[in-house]
Ligand binder design. Structure first.
Ligand SMILES: Nc1nc2c(ncn2[C@@H]2O[C@H](COP(=O)(O)OP(=O)(O)OP(=O)(O)O)[C@@H](O)[C@H]2O)c(=O)[nH]1
Ligand SMILES: [Mg+2]
Length: 211
């Protein structure tokens, strides 16, 4: 029988079959030499320290594999998680954390640049922005860098529960306007709250699309 599935139906099916699987921590890389290789597509989560990268990753897969904390600078290496031998999810150290000693800051920058600039299997970088703050100067700096190296990224707003529901459409619209001048950014913004499990399905669909 002919397969008459639309693209949308295919994506829904990928989401259903992918995200029901257990996800396991497979490696942590503190330096360039330790960045592992897997024969699977990959997506990574980046953003300012404490923006909610590890929480979002947990929300997405429905368990707590990634460590979260109130204290900025919790994730200090690239952490690799394997979802059913079909997708690798990468939890990255954040930027903009003032209390990191310079030597460590430079070693994280070196690690992140080596990763982002040479990772062929990285299908999409998810750049997280705190709903309360919007784009900060250092976010824009990182976005300019991503444009420069041609790394495609999807902006995801985190902690949407911290602002009023009425403010959501305006924030989304303003951010999408900013993204028009950033060539490597996907045009639409995804609003999420890991706390309230909001936006997870949209994020899962976005991942299924890039696979
Ligand atoms: N209200 C609210 N709090 C959140 C949400 N997501 C994360 N948080 C809180 O924000 C803090 C930081 O979360 P993490 O997930 O550890 O943030 P991170 O970006 O991984 O931080 P680093 O690894 O330190 O860069 C924690 O206290 C979380 O509970 C959310 O959607 N809503
Ligand atoms: Mg973290």
């Amino acid at each position: 029988m002919a397969n008459h599935q639309t693209d949308e139906q295919k994506i829904i099916q990928v989401v259903k079959s992918l995200f029901k699987n257990p996800c396991t921590f497979v490696a942590g890389a503190q330096n360039v030499e330790r960045i592992p290789q897997y024969p699977f597509p990959e997506v990574a989560f980046w953003g300012r320290s404490n923006v909610g990268k590890s929480s979002l990753l947990n929300g997405l897969i429905g368990t707590t594999v990634a460590r979260t904390s109130n204290t900025p600078g919790r994730t200090q290496q690239l952490n690799f998680f394997n979802l059913a031998d079909r997708l690798i999810l990468v939890d990255m150290p954040g930027y903009g954390f003032a209390n990191v000693p310079l030597k460590i800051k430079y070693s994280w920058e070196e690690l992140i640049a080596a990763y982002l600039e040479a990772r062929d299997q990285l299908k999409c970088l998810y750049l997280l922005i705190d709903a309360r703050h919007g784009f900060k100067d250092n976010d824009i700096e990182m976005m300019n860098y991503l444009n420069q190296i041609g790394c495609i990224y999807q902006v995801v707003v985190t902690k949407a529960d911290k602002i009023s529901l009425a403010a959501h459409p305006k924030l989304k619209e303003a951010m999408e306007e900013t993204l028009k001048s950033h060539g490597a950014a996907l045009p639409s913004v995804i609003l999420t709250s890991a706390e309230r499990k909001q936006g997870m399905h949209e994020l899962q669909q976005s991942i299924a699309k890039v696979l």
